[in-house]
Design a protein. Structure first.
Length: 152
């Protein structure tokens, strides 16, 4: 039972980034922007993100459970950096409507996720692999942010 509770806490911690980000909805401003034809429909986002937060939380939990790792180690520093960057992107892009700043920030997020994958993967392969879909989604989101920046 203790393991299930700690796993749920990690998933909740990751989901807090999504709860914060959800405060900044796309709205009319986003709808008016020119977007590439490969922009996903709006219903995709609330389906994908909870799955990614569950995978992120599970990944962090797998590392946290290891005796050789503490929350002050590089692995978790990078994990929390990427989690903060994850939350901030929506505020910058949708909240402030800063397309170029959002692009710069999402590229930093991409780098932070890559470091987290490498560090988690060195400790426990499955923890690193759980973050690959997140990395791919942010790669796609980065390309989308870039395309929107170019078109507008």
């Amino acid at each position: 039972m203790k393991n299930i509770v700690s796993l749920l806490i990690w998933i909740l911690v990751c989901s807090l980034a999504g709860i914060f980000a959800a405060q900044f909805e796309p709205g009319v401003w986003y709808e008016a922007l020119q977007k590439p034809v490969w922009t996903p429909p709006n219903w995709v986002f609330p389906v994908v993100w909870p799955i990614l937060y569950i995978m992120m939380g599970t990944s962090a939990w797998l590392i946290w459970r290891m005796d050789s790792v503490s929350l002050t180690d590089y692995e978790f520093k990078w994990f929390f950096i990427q989690l903060i960057l994850n939350a901030l992107w929506s505020w910058l892009f949708f909240g402030k409507q800063y397309i170029s700043t959002g692009l710069a920030e999402i590229l930093l997020l991409w780098i932070a996720i890559a470091f987290t994958i490498l560090l988690f993967g060195k400790k426990r392969r499955s923890a690193g692999l759980l973050l690959i879909p997140y990395f791919l989604w942010i790669s796609y989101a980065s390309a989308l942010n870039f395309a929107i920046w170019q078109l507008n």
